[in-house]
Write a protein that binds this ligand. Structure first.
Ligand SMILES: *Cc1c(COP(=O)(O)O)cnc(C)c1O
Length: 377
């Protein structure tokens, strides 16, 4: 059994994907081929925003957004403490200061109340200028944009949605990657909507930012790539990856998201009460980048992890270490008091196998094993 079975995914779509790859080879337009702009139009339409600008990966996508807003030294950027490193890495890379915000224990996403406290703290200290908040759609569930956008508006912050794990999720009728002033995603193979290499995209409704993004991703180009009007990056999506994503989009929309939700439902209904199952808030839909349960404490989590391993059931801990405790951020002064929920989650979460090509029997087997190991009453 695989944690996320990309082989099964490929085999299920092999004919179309092989053909798409062959077409790119026949056309030999490997960089910025026609398929890239076609895919950008399709993704913009799927998400429901005016512009999609693809790029090399989800980390670059975040960095490109910060470049558009001129984020740099002296700026405070608010990021959840419980997320993948990239979300805060790009902030530091731009010379700005990441301010870590505790998360909600139920949704795993940025806690709006903790965000307000963090903003107040930064304003009181008076050293940094609060500029951007980066809510993450962790494990596939959109962050609490209703409340976060309200705070951001009041505090004059830009909202950058990190939808690397959220693509395919929604709030009511609106799709993930449309909730930020700028939103980003990643097409890393194991993400909900993955290609077969690295890839990423930036989404926005703002025309001016869209044209800046197109410039920044190709060496700060002006009229062409040899006319350079600003310092940029080399961050493009390969035509091969675009062709693969183009083939996968209808399958993702019509089958994969539905399947993941069915599997989550099966898990929810077959894991015993001693195991805390993930909660999706009313009106929201998750893209199920991860199916993440909570155990009672570190000992129980490590026990379950070990025992599942012995039964050849893969499981992963996302994430073991909060960002505020990463060595790379040890220059920032943080107090443990501010990260109570993240600290607990890092000790108690466990992600179980989740992908659209899992069979019902596999899910039931995992549930049975988990229930036995935890010895549910
Ligand atoms: C994967 C991920 C990224 C980075 O995406 P890459 O394509 O690997 O660069 C950023 N943020 C979050 C939350 C992620 O999970």
């Amino acid at each position: 059994m695989y944690f996320r079975d990309l082989h099964r995914q490929y085999l299920n779509n092999k004919t179309n994907i092989d053909k798409a790859i062959q077409t790119v080879l026949d056309n030999t337009d490997f960089i910025s081929g026609e398929m890239v702009s076609q895919l950008e139009e399709e993704l913009a339409e799927y998400v429901g925003v005016r512009h999609c600008i693809t790029c090399a990966n989800g980390t670059d996508a975040l960095q490109l957004a910060l470049m558009v807003w001129n984020v740099g030294a002296g700026d405070a950027v608010f990021v959840p403490d419980f997320t993948f490193f990239s979300t805060a890495e790009v902030v530091a890379l731009m010379g700005a200061t990441p301010i870590f915000v505790d998360v909600d224990k139920k949704t795993y996403n940025m806690c709006p109340l903790s965000l307000e406290h963090a903003i107040t703290r930064v304003r009181t200290q008076g050293k940094l200028n609060p500029k951007v908040v980066i809510p993450v759609d962790l494990f596939g569930q959109p962050a609490d944009y209703a409340r976060i956008r309200e705070i951001a508006k009041r505090e004059h912050l830009y909202v950058l949605e990190d939808g690397a794990q959220g693509f395919g999720g929604s709030i009511k009728t609106e799709r993930a990657c449309s909730f930020g002033d700028i939103s980003t995603t990643s097409f890393f193979p194991a993400k909900p909507f993955g290609c077969y290499g690295d890839g990423g995209a930036v989404f926005t409704n703002n025309d001016e930012w869209a044209s800046l993004l197109m410039s920044y991703r190709v060496h700060g180009k002006g009229s062409d790539k040899y006319d350079n009007v600003r310092i940029g990056l080399n961050s493009r999506l390969d035509t091969l990856q675009a062709a693969i994503l183009h083939e996968k989009l209808p399958v993702f929309e019509e089958l994969e998201i539905k399947r993941c939700n069915e599997i989550a439902y099966l898990y929810n209904n077959n894991l015993c009460d001693a195991i805390i199952t993930p909660e999706v808030m009313p009106g929201m839909e998750s893209s199920w980048a991860q199916y993440t349960i909570q155990l009672s404490d570190l000992g129980q989590r490590e026990h379950l992890l070990q025992m599942l391993k012995e039964k050849d059931i893969p499981s992963m801990v996302y994430y073991k270490k909060p960002l505020h405790r990463q060595i790379a951020f040890s220059n920032l002064d943080n107090t443990e008091e501010d990260f109570k929920n993240t600290n607990i989650l890092c000790d108690t979460v466990l992600s179980l196998p989740m992908h659209p090509y899992m069979e019902k029997q596999e899910v039931l087997k995992i549930c049975e094993q988990c229930n036995n190991i935890i010895s549910c009453k």
